[in-house]
Design a protein around this ligand. Structure first.
Ligand code: 5GP
Length: 202
């Protein structure tokens, strides 16, 4: 992948906000930081709390960062249709609890999902009105550095995530808009605009 700077996309300057925004992109690109910045600037945007079977990282709180379930429990919830989307990623299951998202959307509150590619594709099919935002790294090298630099995963997990990252980067064109995460400030400003600005902006 070539080096990239700034924000590009498919006419992002003329897009109006969607009530449901999906933020996707390879592991390590900075989705969580960006989503947190949007929430800070706009607390009215509701950030979905996902469920996962992976082990909590130091500092992660059950019910705040994720709902941490074991696999049988997670599979039971899948069978009951409790997830809006779900996917297996690097050996663990991840899913978006359906009910809280539907409740917010029904009441007109903007919702942000931070999920990987397979989940984004499911949302594209089941909720076509959602806006899919792809967060891209400025370069492959930067992605690799960020993933290793955060020091949260052992080498075998990093390798799995990087391999998946190649596939995810190749899917960029499936998204409505791309934000290149050159600086967190610029990327956050762009995402805030997409999630919250009135349609008249266009
Ligand atoms: P992590 O283990 O680094 O927290 O997350 C791994 C990947 O799973 C990230 O790309 C993250 O965006 C994605 N992810 C987190 N929650 C969900 C979810 O509810 N559904 C899907 N499909 N992916 C998720």
């Amino acid at each position: 992948m070539n080096d990239r700077a700034g924000t590009d996309g498919h006419g992002s300057d003329t897009l109006s906000p969607a009530l449901l925004t999906v933020l996707s992109g390879p592991s390590g690109v900075g989705k969580t930081t960006l989503a947190a910045q949007v929430r800070e600037a706009h607390p009215e945007v509701w950030l979905s709390v996902s469920a996962t079977t992976r082990t909590p990282r130091p500092g992660e709180i059950d019910g705040v960062h994720y709902f941490f379930y074991d696999r049988p429990m997670f599979e039971d919830l899948i069978a009951k249709g409790e997830f809006l989307e779900h996917a297996e990623y690097a050996g663990n299951l991840y899913g978006t609890p359906r009910q809280p998202v539907e409740e917010r959307l029904d009441s007109g509150q903007p919702v942000l999902l931070e999920i990987e590619l397979q989940g984004a594709r499911q949302i594209r099919t089941t909720m076509p009105e959602a806006r899919l935002v792809f967060l891209a790294p400025p370069s492959w090298e930067v992605l690799e550095q960020r993933l290793r630099g955060r020091g949260t995963e052992p080498e075998d997990v990093i390798a799995k995530r990087l391999a998946t990252g190649r596939t995810e980067l190749a899917a960029e064109s499936e998204f409505d808009v791309t934000i290149v995460n050159t600086t967190v400030e610029e990327a956050a400003a762009e995402l805030v605009r997409l999630v919250t600005e009135p349609a008249s902006r266009a």
